[in-house]
Design a protein around this ligand. Structure first.
Ligand code: GLU
Length: 361
């Protein structure tokens, strides 16, 4: 006669758990009841490969979206995953045209009833700009999570698979809805508006220096912090529908001995906006201010931001913005200010109206 000891019973129950989980997620029609997540891949280090192990050098975008999905078999416990390769680039090559293409793909995917959220794999170099752009033009409250990695897929201790897993865990979490575009790296969840890349090589490169992180992950568990204060996604006035280009906006980095030649040249080239990554609180040399004042008179929108990496660049502190016709970036660094100014210029050329956007978004 066979007997079942308490310990073997426990073992049998544990062994049955995966089967039970599968039964739970398959409904009567045989369709999975797990959330449906679309992964849009754009390249980056997360898809990068070294020529040989231990190489510091690698080629971004060597693996395609299916490779990324197949590298993390446990994703199937979190969601039904579909993938799409949008572009295959290192994010240093990101440009306005790809942003418009990507934003349209994100909106199209989120409009589908069989898509509950979107993950975008992307290089970390320009992740902050892409995520902020999408944060302003995505017309849905469904979760959008951007995921990258600092180590290529072939590296020892590659961080991409864990980031992808946690990204899907975030995108399928009920708390992600309505938070705007999120960025997941190194077990940290950031708001697109708040992040900046602060270190060229380390895993904890992303920081949200002004308002802090959106939350944390721990082996797929998700912990949320305060919601984002600024307006985003379905509550913005911006849209990429029917748009095939963005107004040209250039950034100039302020420094000791800054001249105005390049500012004058940009105006001659017909730029619609100039963002200054100013010293301190958005300052620059007197001669650069003179150049920008002339640019304003010729109809160019001028935004002052700070090269310090955090803090507020406010109006009328050391420079009289009211008199000069300048716009203050408030909390945005130069690369984020460029994104908002480009989108703002699709709506208005009025300085006061543009300034208002920097308080709102
Ligand atoms: N240049 C690469 C990129 O942005 C490296 C950064 C990364 O992906 O981590 O695509």
């Amino acid at each position: 006669m066979s007997t079942t000891s308490p310990s073997s019973l426990v073992r049998s129950v544990i062994a049955a758990v995966p089967l039970l989980l599968q039964l739970v997620v398959v409904d009567a029609q045989g369709a999975s009841s797990l959330p449906k997540i679309r992964i849009l891949a754009t390249g980056g280090t997360i898809a990068g490969a070294q020529a040989k192990g231990q190489d510091a050098g690698y080629k971004a975008g060597s693996f395609n979206v299916d490779d990324l999905i197949n590298a993390v078999p446990t994703l199937k416990h979190l969601a039904v995953i579909t993938g799409e390769q949008v572009v295959d680039i290192g994010s240093q090559d990101m440009n306005n045209e790809v942003w418009l293409q990507l934003a349209k793909r994100v909106n199209a995917a989120l409009a589908q009833s069989d898509v509950d959220g979107v993950i975008i794999t992307h290089g970390t170099d320009t992740m902050e700009e892409t995520s902020y752009f999408l944060n302003l033009v995505t017309k849905s409250d469904k979760p959008v999570v951007m995921v990258g990695s600092m180590r290529p897929a072939t590296a020892i201790g590659a961080d991409g698979p864990a980031n992808l897993y946690n990204g899907v865990a975030v995108a399928t979490h009920p708390g992600a809805k309505g938070r705007g575009v999120l960025v997941l790296l190194n077990d940290e969840i950031h708001y697109a508006r708040e992040i900046t890349k602060t270190n060229s090589t380390q895993l904890d490169t992303f920081k949200s220096p002004n308002r802090g992180k959106a939350g944390m992950t721990n082996a797929g568990r998700v912990y949320w912090y305060d919601p984002l204060a600024a307006k985003h996604t379905s509550r913005t006035v911006f849209s990429v529908q029917g748009m095939d280009q963005l107004p040209r906006v250039e950034i100039f980095y302020a420094h000791a001995n800054m001249g105005r030649d390049f500012i004058d040249h940009a105006v001659k080239l017909g730029v619609k906006g100039i963002v200054i990554a100013g010293v301190g609180d958005g300052n620059m040399t007197r001669v650069a201010v003179d150049g920008l004042q002339e640019a304003v008179k010729k109809g160019v929108a001028v935004v002052r931001s700070s090269r310090t990496g955090s803090g507020i660049t406010d109006r009328n502190v050391e420079l009289n913005d009211d008199k000069l016709g300048f716009i203050a970036s408030i909390e945005l660094n130069a690369q984020m200010a460029r994104v908002l100014l480009m989108l703002g210029l699709t709506k208005t050329r009025d300085t006061d109206a543009l300034q208002k956007l920097f308080y709102e978004y």
